[in-house]
Ligand binder design. Structure first.
Ligand code: URA
Length: 444
């Protein structure tokens, strides 16, 4: 087999066999040492897949091959307790951060393999790395011991765990091949399938700040992920959620960690609360820890309010390399002691009119905060953890002329009048009352 032949085959719209897909995935994992595939060939192949797609069989093969590119866990001793959640990515989406410790506080085990920022969306791992000392790269043994002792961890792919996704993910991010159904499905399910889960909940976002812009595409992605999961023996459910507005009030890295800690103190905005508690409730019910999702959601809320989830988060931080002092300071809301690097400037944007907030353009905020340095333009770019946005108002709120609605923490290079104008245009204010609506479209 030769990589150029496979690229041409896919470019011409033909189906790749299991053997060819295995060869492609094996080649990318070996490329660091003996250059079986060049970076340009990987980019070309991803673009061919982007335009020609992968049918269901090819998607299953690529997922399987990625999963097998590294080690798999065996959590037999925790049977019926091992769960996880994953999202297709959003702006301000920090749900995993409080959810994993809340589930651990219920006695469940959450070996969460997560991702970095992709395109305009933030990455759970980047957010966690803004905490001094936090290690996202853990050995398999380390993850197993965190699961035994703490109950949860949030880690990234390594050379040992799904190295294929690590390489594909980073390359997709810089080659315009992120929003591709089979590649998203493969990336997500391959990470989760190595975790030996008893239940998985997937958040498939649809809307202007999601990779899937319309419901039909989102349902196709959901269907691919459910079918592939089933074929791999993984019990997965999907929440189809609307994502037009940012989730929660913080967009960035440090700033989203602060919002997470606030959540873990029970101070949680209702859009976040809805998703954290429902995903948690769904998982609790799937592993028979309660009878209904509603009961499960109540249990999760209780764990956020009574400090037990916070304590699990603190233990996870220490288990993943954070000093006890920093973990305690962070969990005690002593943010200045933890985040010493501050953005140079704080600029406030004000409303241009009176009325009610109908929408806040999450995609625009994601792109703008990435431009300020909260995300990457190319692989390996440095992230400025201190920059980000704090949204002071939410959809449905009444707002007065000149009232501040968003604060931007920045280091000034990209913050000019043009940038400020784009922010001003990202809020829609109407003259009639607007109701908060659930973002959940349906559960599949
Ligand atoms: N999250 C992932 O892990 N992979 C994707 O491709 C998109 C979102």
């Amino acid at each position: 087999l030769r990589i150029p032949d496979l690229i041409i085959k896919k470019r011409n719209g033909h189906e790749l066999s299991k053997e060819e897909i295995d060869f492609f995935i094996k080649s990318i994992c070996e490329s660091n040492n003996n250059s079986v595939i060049q970076e340009s060939q990987l980019g070309a192949m991803l673009m061919a897949i982007f335009f020609r797609g992968l049918n269901f069989n090819e998607s299953y093969y690529i997922t399987h091959s990625m999963m097998k590119s590294g080690a798999c866990f065996d959590f037999q001793k925790h049977r019926n307790l091992v769960v996880d959640k994953h999202s297709t990515g959003g702006v301000g989406d920090k749900i995993s951060l409080p959810l994993a410790p809340a589930l651990a506080a219920c006695g469940l085990k959450v070996p969460m393999i997560s991702g970095r920022g992709l395109g305009f969306t933030g990455g759970t791992l980047d957010k966690l790395e803004s905490i001094p000392g936090f290690q996202v790269s853990c050995t398999k043994e380390k993850i197993e011991s965190l699961i035994d002792e703490v109950g949860c961890c949030i880690v990234g792919q390594t050379l040992e765990l799904n190295p294929a996704d690590r390489i594909l993910y980073a390359t997709r991010d810089i080659t315009g091949t992120v929003d591709c159904i089979p590649l998203i499905a493969g990336s997500i399910v391959s990470k989760k399938a190595i975790e030996d889960l008893d239940a998985l909940v997937l958040d498939v976002k649809v809307g202007r700040a999601a990779f899937m812009q319309n419901q039909e595409e989102a349902e196709k992605l959901a269907d691919y992920m459910i079918q592939i999961s089933r074929k791999l023996g993984l019990k997965a459910g999907v929440f189809l959620t609307r994502h037009d507005n940012p989730l929660g009030k913080a967009v960035g890295n440090q700033i989203e960690i602060i919002e997470t800690i606030e959540c873990l103190h029970g101070n949680v905005r209702h859009d976040l609360e809805e998703l954290i508690t429902k995903y948690g409730g769904y998982l609790l019910q799937r592993v028979d820890k309660c009878e209904t999702m509603v009961q499960g959601a109540k249990i999760i809320l209780e764990k956020l309010k009574n400090g037990e989830a916070l304590e699990k988060f603190r233990q996870m931080l220490i288990g993943q390399g954070v000093s006890e002092k920093i973990a305690n300071d962070l969990c005690n809301r002593n943010y200045d002691a933890v985040f010493k690097q501050k953005a140079k400037y704080l600029s406030t944007i004000r409303a241009q009119t009176n009325g009610y907030i109908k929408s806040i353009h999450a995609l625009e905020l994601g792109l703008l905060s990435s431009k300020l340095g909260a995300g990457r333009a190319k692989a390996g770019d440095e992230i400025f953890y201190e920059v980000g946005m704090n949204i002071l108002k939410q959809v449905g709120d009444k707002i007065d002329l000149n009232e501040p609605w968003i604060e931007v923490h920045h280091n000034s290079e990209h913050f000019d009048t043009h940038f400020a104008q784009k922010l001003m245009n990202s809020i829609e204010i109407v003259d009639y009352p607007v109701q908060f609506e659930s973002s959940i479209i349906k559960i599949i």
